[in-house]
Ligand binder design. Sequence first.
Ligand SMILES: *Cc1c(COP(=O)(O)O)cnc(C)c1O
Length: 382
Amino acid sequence: MQTNPPTWADPMAHLARTVPDHPVLYLSPRVLQDTARRFTRGFPGLVTYAVKANARPEVLANLAAAGLRAFDVASPAEMAAVRAVRADAVLHYHNPVRSEAEIASATALGVDSWSVDDAGELEKLAALPPGAEIAVRFVLPETGASYCFGEKFGATPEQAEALLARVAVMGHRPALYFHPGTQCDDPGSWARYIAAAGRIAARAGVPVARLNVGGGFASNRDGRAPDLEAVFAAIGRATRDAFGPDVPPLVCEPGRAMVAEAFTLAARIKGMRDGGRRVYLNDGIYGGLAEMRDMAHTRPVRVIAPDGRARTGAPLPRTVFGPTCDSIDRLPGAVPLPGDAAPGDYVLFDGMGAYSAALATGFNGYGLGEVLTVDSLSGHPV
Ligand SMILES: *Cc1c(COP(=O)(O)O)cnc(C)c1O
């Protein structure tokens, strides 16, 4: 992967000029920084970025340039990546299971907030200097998300009460934390979690230093742009309703919604069969399209001829395969591509910044070729 990429006007200009035979991710720094500012202006609290969605240095650098100072990290390697672009970055270490060696590394780096969902994990943090923020992560059975994290992490509300009280006894700052599940487009999910947080805090009899409402903010996967401001407003209202005069400062940690729109992925058509009903791309679920194995991408795609012009034929549904020799390397459902799409063309998937570069493997010798910077993803002047 190139580390110092040139800037192109748009993906079409780069494709027509260089006719790459590998998949390319195009980053618009303007879109990324605008999204960061949309969060910091609209969200009623501290905005942190969940690094796992896309840890590329150019992503972290653009978020820092847009004013983000705090980052949600899950491992010492993510901490190092963040500190490499911003030496004074605030680190929230919200992976609730940590080895003793990881705790020592994080302590040395001056982590600002920890999360726990289990009594044993909390006792591992007993030796932290007093006054550390420890956020108790809880989970509710219901979900409005595309997939729920509750099977892996999260205390029940009853366990969370006990953990919160124990954090206070240990001399640390008790906070509460939840993640409603990723690609959550129901503001009601946050409202239910925040109401539960209010009950947990009241029953534990402990003032809550902060309430972290997680990531989970949806990105545009089906052609409808999510209304983030409506979710922010619902979060503000629910917090006032649940906590009354003792409203705790809020924190959020979006991953997906922060980066998704800033990237477009171009994959090339290697071959077509059965009169074009079966299409073979040079990227698939072992590469930048990894998430499509679990979550269908029903947003329209663009197809660009090698000369940079858009194909405009009436869409035909196709079965689309990735390049590896594994038969599960195929996109779910039928993907409509223009009738005049041909081998050598590029299929452009918009909104591909989250869990793409982060998950891509080199299986079978394929994988993402380059990440390049563009002035515009759409080709329309900005
Ligand atoms: C994955 C994750 C996030 C980000 O989730 P998105 O759905 O990408 O917004 C935030 N916090 C934690 C602890 C996570 O594991």
